[in-house]
Design a protein around this ligand. Sequence first.
Ligand SMILES: [Zn+2]
Length: 307
Amino acid sequence: MPARSPFMQSDSPRSPSAQRRRQIQRRRATALAALGLLVLVVSIIVDGGSGTSRRTPPSPRAAERQRIHIAVSAARHRLAIEDRAIDHVLSYTPFVTSGGGRKREVALTFDDGPGPYTPQVLKTLHKVHAPATFFEVGFMERWFHASTTQAIADGNVVGDHTEGHPKLGLLPRPQQRDQIVSQAEWLHKLGAPRPRLFRPPFGSFDARTFRVLRHNRMLMVLWSVDTNDYRQPGVKVIVRRALQGAKPGGIILLHDGGGARSQTIAALPEIVKKLRERHLKLVTVPQLMLDDPPPRGQPLPHYLSGG
Ligand SMILES: [Zn+2]
């Protein structure tokens, strides 16, 4: 008889006692699995319950509304004064291309955001303590509304640049109204102040646009300096163009959306530095309207398609 190997089973797999053992093992495994599942479910419920009360952060939209509320409350007095300044300007002109030029103030304005480059633009402006005015496209808020919140929290002003960036001059009045009002709705959802400033995409507008703006108490903000930065002509060219036309009361057109904006971002510190070397103070457009309102009877610029 061969010696029994210590690794050999004492019973053959088919013996009645082996079958019984396997049955017990299966039952144990099933019971353990059920217990494990129960522990998992209970832990999820308990964790979820405690998380709701202690750890779950508010939804981004609620958090953003709160940030904007805090920023707007802190600036309530200034915003009310600027609102009245815009009302005053609207009492004698429906559009502006610049301030009056009596004070050494200029306004940087950014179109076509919010977008993937807006956080960097905001960071750069914040670093050099320069406020700006952003004319935003409503459609982009779906993805980039956090930048709108950041812009307002930083003390910038957000204006209306339509919902979908069309040439308004080609649209009937109801569609023009929808384009302007839809963007304002996005800002309302975020808890931002109602936009008082509007900039027409492509500088395209007509008499119907002015009727819609009048109804919504909005001032059309054009510009006196066009850097054409959206064509990405190079950092030096953007800086040179911004400075060439920068005079007291100037409104400088830049872009934070509508394509790659690395050149604009790289140009910004130099633009701000050089403007300050000329003793020009950087302000938002409402601040410019308050400090240095435009003269009556500003002509509509010839470079625009509107009329
Ligand atoms: Zn635009």
